[in-house]
Design a protein around this ligand. Structure first.
Ligand SMILES: C[S@@+](CC[C@H](N)C(=O)[O-])C[C@H]1O[C@@H](n2cnc3c(N)ncnc32)[C@H](O)[C@@H]1O
Length: 253
């Protein structure tokens, strides 16, 4: 495949994730950790990041150039790719909570519903809370957290460190460019991604992030000794991710 960077167990694709995912065989992935795009309201509380981000939301509710993909399109692929007994973490806000829970736990197509097929899909284990530390002004309480929906496919497998609390207090620190601006407005901290990855996979297993932004997940994988497949459709974000992953790889040498 072209437009792909590969180094030391990390493969980064500057491509629509659906095209990339379709090319992988069933049950080839050990863990999914991802922060999917979604539209949000141009007024009120974005839930995801708020603050400066609110000012960048256009009238279509778009933060990124590419955020029209829906959970209905990718959730069945996530299920097909994951091995039995593996975990899947989806980051989201309150606006998309119900949609994500409904879609991930019932993957039937319209046709299958008509035929009366029984519901099948991910098992919802629980929601974790990412306490970002900073508070964002809103109309209905200030926002200080995001949801991390924790699913499993098939049989139940414990996390590696059962002493981890379900509220994760990790400061919301963004990587800045030379101009002092955020390189990505919804970047997730590497420290947060490491907790999820180290609890739900073993060294050298394959972690997938189909919506990688500037690569919090692949960078965490390098630090944690996991392999990683990451996709990002936007060329600018993907270029930044490649640079950050390269410097992370050098730090490891
Ligand atoms: C919420 S952001 C993820 C940010 C990431 N967690 C980070 O730490 O940088 C979602 C990303 O998905 C990308 N995206 C949207 N549609 C996509 C698609 N079909 N395939 C791959 N990436 C896509 C967007 O460009 C955006 O960067």
């Amino acid at each position: 495949m072209n437009n792909c960077f590969r180094k030391n167990g990390v493969a980064l694709f500057n491509q629509d994730c659906l095209e990339v995912l379709h090319s992988f065989p069933d049950e080839s992935i050990d863990l999914i950790v991802t922060d999917p795009p979604y539209t949000t309201t141009p007024r009120g509380n974005a839930g995801n990041s708020g603050g400066m981000l609110q000012k960048k939301i256009n009238k279509d509710g778009k933060v990124f150039t590419h955020n029209s993909i829906t959970a209905l399109e990718y959730a069945p692929e996530f299920y097909r790719l994951l091995k039995d007994g593996s975990h899947c973490y989806i980051m989201t806000n309150h606006i998309h909570l119900i949609e994500f829970l409904n879609t991930f736990t019932d993957l039937r197509t319209d046709e299958e519903r008509k035929q009366g097929k029984k519901p099948y899909g991910f098992h919802f284990i629980k929601s974790l809370i990412w306490n970002k530390g900073n508070k964002i002004q809103g109309q209905f309480y200030m926002s200080q957290f995001e949801y991390i929906l924790f699913f499993r496919k098939g049989r139940g497998v414990k996390i590696n460190n059962c002493g981890t609390a379900d509220i994760l207090d990790i400061p919301n620190k963004k990587t800045k460019g030379a101009d002092g601006k955020n390189l990505h407005d919804t970047e997730k901290p590497v420290e947060l991604m490491k907790i999820l990855i180290e609890n739900s996979s073993q060294p050298n297993q394959i972690v997938l992030d189909p919506f990688a932004g500037i690569g919090g997940v692949p960078r965490a994988c390098i630090q944690s000794g996991r392999k990683c497949i990451a996709c990002e459709i936007d060329p600018t974000y993907c270029e930044t991710m490649t640079e950050l992953v390269e410097s992370e790889t050098l730090c490891k040498l």
